[in-house]
Design a protein around this ligand. Structure first.
Ligand SMILES: [Zn+2]
Length: 134
């Protein structure tokens, strides 16, 4: 473990985007194996390559920017997915009561109780006290 720790010093490490890429790569390879379409295998290897490249990258600023951009884009999708699960009769209580945002300052993901009625709500980031109007 010590050697791995030393190796990872100054490197970006795993984040949500890398985890997503690796999951997608496994999925693509699995589809490739099931269907026999080699294009999926190629995509799988490509995604895995990008995922590991990001984890071991030393350009932390760029990687952090990519990840926050990924989170910013994925959160509306996540909210939509929740609404979809809810519409087909999934666990509606949890889905209805919270929304997800990304702090504009420190890019932390925030889970905010959904406010019914009021259109604009004030969100305060617990990590950096940044106030946002959503
Ligand atoms: Zn914050």
């Amino acid at each position: 473990m010590k050697r791995i720790q030393r190796f990872m010093v100054g490197r970006h490490g795993a984040d949500q985007l890398s985890a997503f890429l690796l999951i997608m790569s496994i999925l693509a390879m699995w589809i490739g194996r099931m269907t026999g379409v080699s294009l999926f295998m190629l995509i799988g290897y490509l995604l895995m390559g990008i995922g590991f490249y990001r984890i071991f990258s030393k350009d932390m600023m760029s990687r952090r920017r990519e990840n926050s951009e990924f989170l910013r884009r994925s959160i509306p999708v996540k909210n939509k997915l929740k609404h979809w699960v809810e519409s087909i009769g999934g666990n509606t209580k949890q889905a209805h009561s919270h929304r997800y945002y990304v702090c504009t300052k420190c890019h932390k993901q925030l889970r905010v109780p959904q406010n019914k009625g009021k259109k604009v709500i004030k969100v305060v980031c617990p990590a950096c006290r940044n106030q946002m109007k959503k």
